[in-house]
Design a protein around this ligand. Sequence first.
Ligand code: PMP
Length: 407
Amino acid sequence: MNQHSRTDAYTDRYAARAAGMVASEIRALFAVASRPEVVSLAGGMPYVSALPLDAVGEMVGELVARNGAEVLQYASAQGDPLLRERICEVMALEGVQASADDVVVTVGAQQALDLITRIFVDPGDVVLAEAPSYVGALGTFASYQADIVHVPLDDGGLIPSALRETLERLRREGRRVKFLYTVPTFQNPAGVTLTTARRAQILDICTEYDVLIIEDNPYGLLGFDGEPMRALRADDPDRVLYLGSFSKTIASGLRVGWALAPHAIRAKLVLAAESAILCHPSFSQFAVREYLGTQPWREQIKDFCELYRDRRDAMLEALEAMMPEGCTWTRPAGGFFVWLTLPEGLDAKAMAPRAIADRVAYVPGTGFYADGSGHRHMRLSYCYPEPNRIREGVRRLAAVVEQEIQL
Ligand code: PMP
């Protein structure tokens, strides 16, 4: 039957994989959420206006004046060599020793997810993903018809005993796992971070069961206290495929991310990238390369961290002061998101239209689970609205939850 749309006359011609490509049910809500009177705690947009835009503009202008022919030309599918070297310097901050040769530049981490799934997953293959998981990764896995099996996380990140149980069960069933997908640091959507002790356990378990790990780490440098966490990749480069992104540390619109893979996998990724896009946009690569080479990017990341820390504080204080009893939430030490759990019996998805009517938006938890569970949860993001708007948003949300409890 037509899963796409009642008015889509082409349904019979689509490949089976297109059935997994369905618009999120909350998209319509998002259109309303962008109205100015609505405080949106829904989107995960980085606050790019905090960049020194004049300096960036000047830098880009000079780039075209000096290297126009190269900047506007096709390039290699693996990515600009000097940019790849600079990416290695960025990863050194998380303890990763990388060779530029093993880096593949991608159109955001999102494209890296697509390429990885393309080279590893046949329809029906098992992909393990933490629950909840980044919605964009679940969408990619579904579009390649993966069988997504969830492993729960808690405040300390992915739960090692649950991972072991799941792997044991799948082994008994004779099912091979293609990879484990995890966002270990400042997770989207849960805001939690895998503890150091658990990092070692997860690596041990994956070694025991011979599972490849996809470590998706776009928020790793956006911590609010102390030094960056050591990446999983730093401790097992043959088992961990690392995904990075400049979307949150420079600018999401440039669409520059990367994959750092074991050498043989890297070669396949380059071939997959060639067939997908020939090569990564040269202009964006040069812009990032130049930015890293000429601008004080470490200080800029610190500025971003301070800005997001203030917003996180505003959200946590407001939640503490205003949310009705029975609600619980995570306390992120970095990144963009708080994960809120409603009292038993309440349904964040059913409540969303009501919240929009009361001029506050959030993302219901259901989108972050492949099986559509997660009704009691919601993701609240503090990255984009200013602290006063965050407080106002939480005030409105608390009132809606209070009314739901009374019903
Ligand atoms: N992974 C995670 C966990 C994300 O949160 C995002 C962006 N929201 C991405 C990947 C994709 O990022 P990019 O802009 O680099 O494609």
